[in-house]
Write a protein that binds this ligand. Structure first.
Ligand SMILES: [Zn+2]
Length: 417
């Protein structure tokens, strides 16, 4: 069995060699969402990504109560990604976890990408679709070779081989267009043939250095395999356009014959993921609860509290307009007293949503009209107009809540006396 410690050791080793760092969603997706996002945002800032970039990349989302949250999409099912620095050669790997074989496979897949970037394999700096196909199939083949060579015995080796074949088959059978980049089955089968020819233990010895696997060597070797066994650019273009090539036809026939294996594989993966999905759902419920709590207005004691409440509510409406109706310019229209809403195409056919959006927009106008002449409101309004300053308004609300709490406490004490 491949332990978590061993995988982490390997990951650190590869990161050291390739100027990379790593983060794991499972460790950062805890109860303290603000802290999680802060850690992620600060790691991304090191690579030159601003909050705004991360929003556009859909890596973070603005929270309904100030701050930002990491977007957790598929990480429950063992996905991962590598992101490259904008300003230097550093990289960051973001992973789901270390539990399942699928997670471990993903980790080595990302390690493959780290070497590609470090040594500019496949001309990785000039991304196009064919390059994407080459780098993804290489990362797959790299991970497969590592997992196969790490097998402790023949039985484990055979199990992992079958596992990779099943994965390859299910990808080859999947008709979704974007998955064509990951169709690495022909290359991986070639790899398995090579290992069989040389012998499993002999191959392991050849690719080890002082008893541990030489990942750099594996990266270059698998790159050679990719170049030899991948679809040519011409074939790739044809396959993409759903034209038939003999190589692809052969692969499809094989994949069809092994269909059951592929399906069994996915059911197995899903069952393995279930526990994590449940955990994530639980965390999300807690998160929603927290948002509901924070959204509550402060008990109104004075004008200042009233204004803070109004500004925070306006901000919540703004975020709602963005995420629920994809309307980004609502807040900007308030100042101009512009009451027409541009409904995006996606919700144009949904009259219920349009009504909701218009209602929310009206509420925003009412709040703005009521308080626009107040000096504090103007100050806060300017802050909620920008993603980098809107947090300050929510911090003010938190401060005020504490103040009120303290006052109530003192009031309670003096009443007891
Ligand atoms: Zn990849």
């Amino acid at each position: 069995m491949l332990s978590k410690d061993e995988v982490i050791e390997d990951l650190n080793d590869v990161c050291n060699q390739t100027k990379a760092r790593w983060l794991c969603y499972d460790d950062i997706h805890t109860i303290d969402f603000k802290k999680d996002a802060e850690l992620f945002i600060s790691e991304m800032a090191r690579l030159g990504y601003s909050k705004r970039d991360l929003l556009l990349l859909h890596k973070i989302e603005l929270s309904y109560t100030g701050g930002a949250e990491i977007v957790h999409e598929q990480e429950a099912c063992g996905s991962g990604y590598t992101i490259r620095s904008k300003k230097n050669k550093n990289q960051l790997v973001v992973l789901s976890g270390f539990e399942t074989d699928f997670d471990k496979y993903t980790i080595y897949h990302e390690c493959g990408h780290l070497y590609q970037f470090k040594y500019n394999m496949f001309n990785i700096n000039h991304q196009n679709e064919y390059n994407t196909y080459l780098v993804e199939t290489h990362a797959n083949t790299f991970a497969t070779m590592v997992m196969l060579l790490k097998a402790d015995n023949v039985l484990e080796y055979k199990k992992r081989k079958l596992y990779r074949m099943a994965n390859g088959v299910s990808f080859a059978n999947d008709e979704r267009k974007e998955l064509i980049y990951y169709v690495s089955l022909p290359i991986e089968l070639a790899l398995m043939r090579e290992i069989r020819k040389k012998g499993r233990l002999k191959t392991k010895e050849e690719f080890s250095k002082h008893g541990i696997l030489d990942y750099k060597k594996i990266a270059f070797y698998t790159a050679q395999l990719v170049k030899k066994h991948c679809f040519s650019q011409e074939e790739f273009e044809k396959i993409k356009n759903k034209e038939i090539t003999s190589k692809y036809e052969k692969l499809k026939r094989k994949a069809k014959a092994y269909r059951i294996l592929g399906e069994t594989y996915w059911n197995y993966i899903k069952s393995k993921c279930l526990r994590r999905i449940k955990r994530h759902n639980k965390i999300n419920q807690k998160r929603e609860h927290l948002v509901i709590e924070k959204i509550q207005p402060l008990p109104q004691t004075d004008k200042e509290t009233e204004i803070i409440n109004a500004a925070c509510l306006l901000d919540t409406y703004q975020i709602r307009m963005i995420y629920e109706y994809d309307i980004w310019e609502a807040i900007g229209k308030l100042k101009k007293a512009d009451e027409t809403l541009n409904i995006p195409d996606e919700i144009k056919s949904d009259s219920k949503k349009i009504n909701e959006a218009e209602e929310t927009f009206k509420k925003m106008h009412r709040i703005y009209q009521k308080h626009k002449d107040n000096k504090l409101f103007q100050e806060l309004f300017e802050k909620i107009e920008f993603i980098d300053t809107r947090d300050e308004v929510w911090q003010l609300k938190e401060k005020k809540a504490k103040e009120i709490e303290r006052q109530n406490f003192r009031f309670g004490l003096s009443n007891e006396r």
